[in-house]
Write a protein that binds this ligand. Structure first.
Ligand code: DQA
Length: 162
């Protein structure tokens, strides 16, 4: 694990149109604004921020996070509700996963109530616009710190046993 945590923030289809797309639901902030919110919350962590409209590319980015990230924050957008392939990719990760949404899918149409990300997420933050991302970054950092603390303690326990 690198000294500085590496946070991957992955964004799925249509999120490139934030600010113009259904502003009543998703607000007026652009994806660049959301990225700035994440960077401000990152507290010195390295941030890798991607958006794609393509399912396979999103899966490739999950695989990249598997190799390089300390934690993954993902807004899979429409693929949240449809993609078994994305779930399968996420299942290969051992790092913490935080699911994030701008809107609250549970309060919207029924087809948005199912998430293929939630079963493997440590937690879900939804409904707060870009503030959801800020909270998700903070939660991911906390999870990374907790894991580092556990790892340190188990090294100390191992040393005591020697
Ligand atoms: C979304 C919610 C999804 O249901 C929708 O398909 C999106 C955006 C959100 O951030 O609120 O594209 O993930």
């Amino acid at each position: 694990m690198p000294e500085r945590p590496v946070l991957y923030v992955l964004n799925g289809p249509n999120l490139n149109l934030l600010g113009m797309r259904e502003p009543d639901i998703y607000g007026r902030q652009t994806l660049a604004d959301v990225q700035a919110v994440c960077e401000a919350a990152a507290d010195g962590a390295t941030m890798v921020f991607h958006q794609t409209n393509h399912e396979g590319e999103l899966i490739d980015q999950v695989h990249e996070a598997r190799e390089k990230a300390s934690a993954l924050i993902i807004n899979a957008a429409g693929y949240t509700h449809t993609s078994v392939a994305l779930l399968d990719a996420l299942k290969t990760l051992t790092i913490p996963i935080v699911e994030v949404h701008l809107s609250n899918p549970a309060a919207r149409e029924r087809f948005r109530h199912r998430s293929y990300v939630s079963p493997v997420a440590a937690g879900v933050v939804s409904g707060f616009g870009s503030f959801s991302y800020e909270l998700a970054v903070k939660a991911a950092l906390r999870l990374v710190q907790e894991r580092a603390g556990h790892a340190d303690r188990s090294v100390q326990d191992d040393k005591k046993r020697l």
